[in-house]
Ligand binder design. Structure first.
Ligand SMILES: Cc1cc2nc3c(=O)[nH]c(=O)nc-3n(C[C@H](O)[C@H](O)[C@H](O)COP(=O)(O)OP(=O)(O)OC[C@H]3O[C@@H](n4cnc5c(N)ncnc54)[C@H](O)[C@@H]3O)c2cc1C
Length: 553
């Protein structure tokens, strides 16, 4: 834990040395001490401490100093560390100024010089004030701080990235949190440069790109090896399971993730049907556990890093990354999952990230406190999001096209929703328009039966309307079904030009595509079950098949 500071200022060197010696002898174990003859120098030091996220517990200042009086110094210092205790060092002649400061400045004590013996005249006072400070002091949040406007898409992008990568942060809303003005002033941030991200070491990044944030939080973007046994594309449940099994099997394994590990499951507030977790677990928790497991077994992770192309050269597979670099591997597992479908209605592109969100219920739930929010979609992901949001919002409305949730949502979720007083279902309805100046202010719903439209005030709209496979980046001739899901195993054999591509005597393995050595697992696979458990199972199974492939080449 960081030690708090005691700052001592006195222009008389003899007095300064004496009080510094006494304070140091008694308090050096628990406090760091800065002593200076100059009030201006002291103020600079105080500002510097604030920039470094340090804390000041106590100011001890002489009253009569040439650069500025002690009371003037205290006034300025209190703007930076308002909770710190304040002692004025005074001569007899300055008692009047000290008493004035007690009233005007909330001075905690005035200490008459000299203070001998310190055991009687100095330490009891300091002990008392520092105890008091410790009792009321709430340590400042020590991690990453994001300062910005709630309804800015860039703020949402940064919060979403850090949440997805399991990095805790403190959100400081410029319009609601007083701390924002102070930080903006200290760090000289122009409002056009927001959002700004402040790190524990004092580094400030203004409106950073994900790649800059990734570097700063220590995520890796370059591969260590020349050649891998297996490269897994996508770190959702399927990819994570493949990584863990690849690592435990001793394969040289690399996993590449374009956004944040966890995939769709990572955005889930509560997965209740995953084996072995009777009271459920959050997607973030599942991801954290899996990542720890994978890294324990030596799996490398590149994130955020996007695979943009895949090619074969003899028996090798060559992956191209968006950074321009290439990775060579014996085998590949494609586990790129699915992406949310977007809602194509009037006004939506301008407000995405500014009140309209795709699958980010956990990152934005706090901003919905006491407000009305809408969730669009009748599947399990919409149900989970509504349940999670109901803990924050005044009212949650689930908008569905059908007349009930019965055919689209699991029974356990429907039961939970029925029992939750602040969730209502708006059935037979579509969202047809969203409106707002700089942020979402209202949405228009249309009844599918009557055509009647209704405008509703809303601060947030969370959209969960199904998904499409993430396969359009694949130019290689891998068979996909009519919706773009990847075919595997014997299902590839039914394609007309299968024999032109597949030249081995054996059929493709169960999770192998029509290109030998390229496997596929999870939601992106044609016929997948769209569940965490099945994605995990397929990821594990894919590694077993990778093994079989490797011994056969
Ligand atoms: C909100 C929500 C709640 C859910 N709740 C449950 C539940 O309670 N129980 C349950 O069983 N299932 C649940 N599901 C479904 C479950 O999460 C999915 O079935 C599962 O995540 C599929 O895993 P996956 O690894 O196949 O794909 P995904 O989870 O989709 O992961 C794919 C990953 O690949 C990455 N990627 C894509 N393209 C590239 C590329 N070119 N380069 C690098 N990386 C790439 C993506 O960024 C993503 O991280 C839920 C889904 C959602 C959205």
């Amino acid at each position: 834990m960081k030690l708090p500071f005691i700052i001592i200022i006195d222009d008389d060197v003899q007095v300064l040395r004496a009080i510094q010696r006494d304070v140091r002898n008694k308090f050096r174990e628990d406090y760091k001490i800065i002593a200076t003859e100059s009030a201006i120098e002291a103020l600079e030091a105080v500002k510097e401490l604030k920039l470094k996220n340090e804390t000041v517990a106590l100011f001890i200042s002489d009253q009569r100093m040439p650069e500025m009086e002690g009371t003037a110094f205290m006034e300025k210092a209190m703007e930076i560390f308002p909770e710190a205790k304040k002692i004025l060092l005074t001569a007899y002649s300055d008692i009047e100024a000290a008493i004035k400061a007690i009233n005007n400045l909330n001075l905690d004590y005035y200490l008459l010089k000299p203070w001998n013996p310190p055991e009687e005249k100095l330490f009891p006072v300091l002990n008392d004030l520092l105890d008091d400070w410790q009792n009321s002091f709430i340590p400042e949040f020590a991690g990453i701080k994001i300062i910005g406007y709630q309804w800015s898409p860039a703020s949402h992008r940064i919060k979403d990235f850090l949440t997805g990568n399991l990095i805790p942060y403190k959100w400081i809303d410029v319009e609601l949190n007083k701390e924002a003005a102070e930080l903006i002033d200290i760090h000289k941030i122009d409002s056009a440069e927001l959002p700004a991200v402040l790190f524990e070491d004092g580094t400030l990044l203004k409106c950073p790109a994900e790649i800059d944030l990734a570097k700063k939080i220590g995520l890796k973007s370059t591969a260590l090896e020349e050649l891998y046994d297996v490269v897994i594309i996508g770190a959702g449940p399927a990819g994570l399971a493949a990584a863990v099994y690849g690592g435990t099997e001793g394969l040289k394994t690399l996993m590449i993730e374009k956004r944040a590990p966890g995939g769709q499951a990572g955005t889930s507030s509560r997965i209740e049907n995953y084996l072995g977790f009777p009271s459920g677990l959050s997607g973030a928790d599942l991801t954290r556990r899996a990542l720890t497991q994978a890294s324990r077994f030596g799996v490398e992770l590149l994130s955020p890093s996007q695979v943009v192309d895949i090619n074969t050269k003899e028996n090798y597979k060559i992956l191209s990354l968006s950074s321009g670099s290439e990775i060579k591997t014996h085998t590949v597992i494609i586990s790129t999952g699915v992406d949310y479908r977007t809602l194509d209605i009037k006004g939506i592109s301008e407000l995405t990230g500014a009140g309209v969100y795709y699958g980010s219920a956990t990152a934005e739930a706090h901003s919905c406190k006491g407000k009305n929010v809408f969730v669009v979609g009748g599947g399990n992901s919409a149900g989970q999001a509504a349940m999670y949001l109901s803990g924050f919002a005044e009212k949650v409305f689930i908008v569905i096209r059908r007349s009930s949730l019965d055919s689209t949502m699991s029974r356990y979720l429907i039961d939970q929703i029925d029992k939750t007083k602040n969730i209502s279902i708006i059935s037979n309805s579509n969202v047809v328009e969203v409106k707002g100046e700089n942020r979402l202010e209202c949405i228009t719903l249309e009844n599918t039966k009557t055509g009647q439209q209704m405008v509703n005030e809303a601060v947030a709209l969370f959209i969960f309307i199904g998904a499409r496979p993430v396969t359009d980046w694949i130019k290689l001739n891998i068979f996909k079904d009519s919706k773009g899901f990847i075919e595997t195993g014997r299902d590839s054999c039914k394609y007309e030009n299968f024999k032109k591509i597949w030249k081995l005597e054996r059929d493709p393995y169960l999770l192998e595509t029509c290109i030998p050595g390229i496997f596929c697992a999870g939601d992106v696979r044609a016929g997948a079950m769209n569940r965490v458990a099945s994605a995990v199972g397929e990821g594990a199974m894919a590694i077993k098949l990778v093994h079989e492939y490797l011994v056969s080449v």
